[in-house]
Design a protein around this ligand. Structure first.
Ligand code: DON
Length: 310
């Protein structure tokens, strides 16, 4: 006889099977930020959050790490919410750059960054967030992400210090943006704000819920609170679909077919509008800076569950 305790949840079972089926040790942990180089390459987590507020997870799902570039769509959403689409568009374009995340990628004539998912566009988006000075801007960003995650997120000071000390390339990008009048007067403040947003600490369940809030049109499925306006979410998802996976964006959208964003600490989020937010974490990265095992898992899930939107 089957007792109630033997009845397994099919979603949970499926996630466990996927993790077992999609192993792999390809790729390298990011080393250009010293603190990231210390990550255990073999940790792994997968989480799925539904728009009605269920969150399933397997693996090291409570392990915390810095959000890195997965911050980019959320800060872009806040800038859109603060200033409106037209004003943000005047500073940041929405064209895929076809280049790596850390290329300068500014339009030759206007100096406008190609899109908000690469570093140049993300530094600009952070600087557009409303607030009296960088501390207030950062606090607004921190609270904004926290509303997406439905709990208070904190800064990882060690990552912040480590990245700021070695941010030569992003510093050059920030000064270039200042030269083209895309930032306010202080490129160092814009750089620090961007590095702080990248250093906010999350776990994989947080990321799945943040993705599910986008899937749910800007309403957090757990708190029931509206975080972003629908038109901002539509814009964010469009740019994630075309630019979120950098110079692998074409391969990603062909194979997985969902708006997504990756981060150099090893996370990837993907959004199936109206249904679920997915998050995967595995720190070994492929040549594009995307989690190698994360991409494999997402490809497999998209196929198995027919999540491809096209
Ligand atoms: O700008 C940087 O170097 C990092 N803080 C974020 C980069 C990142 O996550 C790129 N993602 N694959």
């Amino acid at each position: 006889m089957t007792s109630r305790r033997d009845v397994r949840n099919p979603v949970q079972d499926y996630l466990e099977r996927i993790v077992a089926a999609c192993g792999g040790t390809a790729g390298e942990v990011a080393a250009y930020i010293p603190e990231l180089a210390a990550a255990d390459p073999d940790v792994f987590a997968l989480a799925l959050a539904t728009v009605d507020g269920h969150v399933y997870s397997v693996g090291d799902a409570d392990l915390r790490y810095s959000i890195q570039s997965i911050s980019k769509p959320f800060t872009y959403a806040l800038a859109l919410d603060d200033l409106g689409v037209a004003e943000v568009d005047a500073h940041i374009d929405v064209e895929p750059s076809g280049e790596g995340f850390n290329q300068i990628s500014l339009a030759a004539d206007t100096g406008r960054p190609r899109n908000p998912m690469i570093n140049a566009g993300a530094i600009t988006a952070a600087s557009l967030v409303a607030g009296e000075g960088p501390d207030e801007q950062f606090e607004r960003i921190r609270r904004w992400y926290s509303s997406y995650a439905d709990h208070d997120l904190a800064l990882d000071e060690d990552i912040h210090r480590s990245e700021l000390a070695t941010a030569h390339r992003n510093r050059a990008i920030a000064h270039m943006l200042r030269e083209f009048d895309m930032l306010g007067d202080d490129p160092e403040a814009a750089l620090d704000l961007y590095v702080r947003q990248c250093s906010l600490s999350v776990d994989t369940r947080d990321l799945a819920l943040m993705a599910a809030t986008l899937a749910n049109g800007g309403v957090n499925p757990r708190s029931g609170r509206r975080v972003s306006q629908v038109e901002c979410v539509e814009r964010v998802l469009s740019v994630m679909a075309t630019c979120g996976m950098y110079d692998a964006a074409g391969d990603w959208i062909s194979a997985v077919g969902m708006p997504a964003k990756s981060g150099v600490s090893g996370g990837i989020i993907a959004v199936l509008p109206g249904q679920v937010g997915l998050a995967v974490f595995s720190p070994r990265l492929d040549v594009h800076g995307n989690s190698a095992r994360g991409v494999t898992v997402m490809e497999r899930m998209s196929r198995d569950m027919e999540m491809h939107l096209m």
